[in-house]
Unconditional design. Structure first.
Length: 272
């Protein structure tokens, strides 16, 4: 048993070493993320179109192409080293959500327990913590607070339509703020990985508000650009393809980067 454990750890360490030599976005040898892919990941922050029930949301990048490949490598490939480069854009999105706050509390949406156990870590909490470190280095009093919990079992959102996503998460979270409530001048910013329909962030905001916590806004690592759902009763509200400021219209929605980390079809999101 001891030998098996040692071999497992050795193989895992070797795999991490090999992975870090390759870029998670394009597969090049300048890993863990080359300069060109860093620019793709950090195209924001930009203000996302309003989603039903969501506070104002800011995105660091787009969930498509290389940005999608990087995020999937971080979430589903066990590539934890990507938390650091991903945190740069997320920190900027958090600051955009609360530009004048003296202090910012980043509240990550909770991962499902089964998913966290399988991965061995909570991706949203991990990248949120890294973003808080970046903000503190910039002189912003930032911290991660985790008051959100699931109050009932939920399904994996992957593969669910918009209405099913909302039904799956409606009333599923509760919040209990540790210690005293945020003081005057503090801003609470909800943090997630991907914004699609907005069901996850809307439920997080509802639970926080019900606990007496005012939510200033939200920030995500990536926004899915091609579909916007403004009403949960609509299973697929198709809007015009968009691109962030400075991008060519429709180009980002057409760009699909095949990735070794791909675990869901290109026309489905992994969260939100």
């Amino acid at each position: 048993m001891v030998l098996c454990s040692v071999l497992t750890e050795w193989v895992s360490a070797l795999a991490d070493l090999v992975l870090e030599q390759h870029c998670a976005g394009c597969g090049g040898l300048d890993g863990p993320l080359c300069a060109a892919c860093r620019e793709v990941v950090d195209r924001g922050p930009w203000r996302c179109p309003a989603r039903f029930g969501c506070p104002p949301v800011w995105a660091a990048g787009a969930y498509t192409g290389r940005g999608r490949a990087v995020l999937l490598a971080f979430k589903n490939g066990g590539y934890r080293a990507l938390a650091e480069p991903l945190s740069r854009g997320l920190a900027a999105a958090v600051r955009a959500a609360a530009p004048t706050a003296e202090r910012i509390s980043l509240v990550p949406v909770p991962g499902r327990r089964s998913a966290v156990r399988k991965r061995g870590y909570d991706p949203v909490r991990t990248v949120g913590a890294a973003a808080a470190v970046r903000l503190r280095a910039q002189g912003v009093a930032a911290r991660v607070v985790c008051p959100l919990r699931y109050s009932r079992p939920t399904r994996d959102q992957v593969g669910l339509g918009a209405a099913a996503r909302w039904a799956n998460l409606s009333g599923a979270m509760r919040a209990r703020w540790p210690g005293k409530s945020p003081a005057v001048g503090d801003a609470v910013v909800a943090v997630d990985d991907v914004l699609t329909t907005g069901a996850t962030l809307a439920e997080a905001a509802r639970a926080l508000t019900a606990a007496g916590i005012r939510v200033a806004g939200a920030a995500v690592v990536a926004e899915r650009l091609c579909r916007v759902v403004t009403d949960p009763s609509q299973t697929a509200t198709a809007g015009p393809a968009r691109s962030p400021p400075g991008g060519a219209p429709h180009a980002m929605c057409r760009e699909i980067q095949k990735s070794r980390w791909k675990t869901v079809p290109d026309n489905r999101a992994i969260s939100g």
